[in-house]
Design a protein around this ligand. Structure first.
Ligand code: HEM
Length: 208
C-alpha cells in the first residue's frame, strides 16, 4: 500500500496537526497572564503600601523568568526530543524583552517621571541599576535581530554568535537582583542555579 499523502488527506484534521497549530497561540496567551494578573490586582485589591515598587519588582521577576524560560527551550528539546518547542524560542525571547522594557518603563516613566538627571544620578550611585542597564544593552540587539530577515542578513553563524549574548545578559539580570536585595537570597540563588544548569547542558552538548 502506498504511504503517499493525497492532497485531500494533506488538509485533513489530525490531533497532531491541531496540537501543533494550537501550541503557539496557547503559549502566547499564557505569556500574557503575568502582566494581566498585575493589572487585575492593581485595579482590584491593589499592590500594597508601595505599589510602584511592587509593580517594578514583579515585572523584573518576570523579565528574568522569561529570559530563563527562553533559555530552557533548547535544553528541553535536547532532553525530550520535542523539536516542536523550538518554534517557541523567538516568542519567549520577545516576551522576556517585553517584560524588561515594561519593568524599565516602570522605573523611568512611573517612578521617576522621566527625570533624566535623577535617573543619571541613580545609575552612577546604585551599581545594581548600572548592571541592569548592561543587561538591557545586551538584550536589545537580540530583540532587534529576532526576525527571519535579520537572521538571513547576518547569516546563521554570525546570528548565533550574537545571540550567545543572552547568557551574559541573564548573568547580569541575576547579579542585578542579588545586588539590590539585603535579605531573602533564596530566589536569586534559585535563578542562578537554573542558569548554571542551562549553561551546563549547552556546554555538555557542545563537548559530548
Ligand atoms: C536599565 C535597566 C534596568 C533598570 C533601570 C532596572 C531597575 C530596577 C529597579 C529600580 C528595581 C527595584 C529596586 C527596588 O525595589 O528598590 C529592579 C528590580 C529587579 N530587576 Fe531590574 N532594572 C533593569 C534591568 C533589568 C533586567 C534586564 C532584568 C532581567 C533580565 C531585571 C530584573 C530585575 C529583578 C529580578 C528585580 C528584583 C525583583 C524582586 O525584588 O523580586 N532588571 N530593577
Amino acid at each position: 500500500m502506498s504511504a503517499e499523502i493525497s492532497p485531500a488527506s494533506a488538509g485533513a484534521f489530525t490531533w497532531d496537526r491541531a496540537w501543533r497549530g494550537a501550541l503557539k497561540p496557547v503559549v502566547f496567551v499564557l505569556c500574557l497572564m503575568p502582566l494581566l494578573w498585575l493589572i487585575v490586582r492593581a485595579l482590584t485589591v491593589g499592590l500594597g503600601a508601595n505599589p510602584i515598587e511592587a509593580g517594578i519588582r514583579y515585572l523584573g521577576d518576570w523579565a528574568l523568568r522569561f529570559v530563563l524560560i527562553a533559555l530552557a527551550v533548547t535544553p528541553l528539546r535536547i532532553a525530550t526530543g520535542w523539536n516542536i518547542v523550538a518554534r517557541l524560542r523567538r516568542m519567549l525571547g520577545l516576551f522576556a524583552y517585553f517584560h524588561v522594557v515594561v519593568h524599565i518603563f516602570g522605573y523611568v516613566g512611573v517612578d521617576h517621571f522621566f527625570d533624566w538627571a535623577a535617573i543619571g544620578n541613580d545609575i552612577v550611585k546604585r551599581t545594581y541599576i548600572t548592571v541592569g542597564m548592561m543587561a538591557l544593552v545586551m538584550l536589545t540587539p537580540l530583540a532587534i535581530t529576532s526576525t527571519d530577515g535579520m537572521v538571513r542578513r547576518l547569516g546563521g553563524a554570525a546570528w548565533r554568535r550574537l545571540h550567545q549574548l543572552v547568557y551574559p545578559a541573564a548573568v547580569a539580570g541575576v547579579i542585578h537582583y542579588f545586588m539590590m536585595i539585603k535579605a531573602g537570597y533564596q530566589e536569586p540563588l534559585l535563578y542562578a542555579v537554573i542558569l548554571a544548569a542551562l549553561f551546563g547542558v549547552r556546554i555538555y552538548k557542545k563537548w559530548a
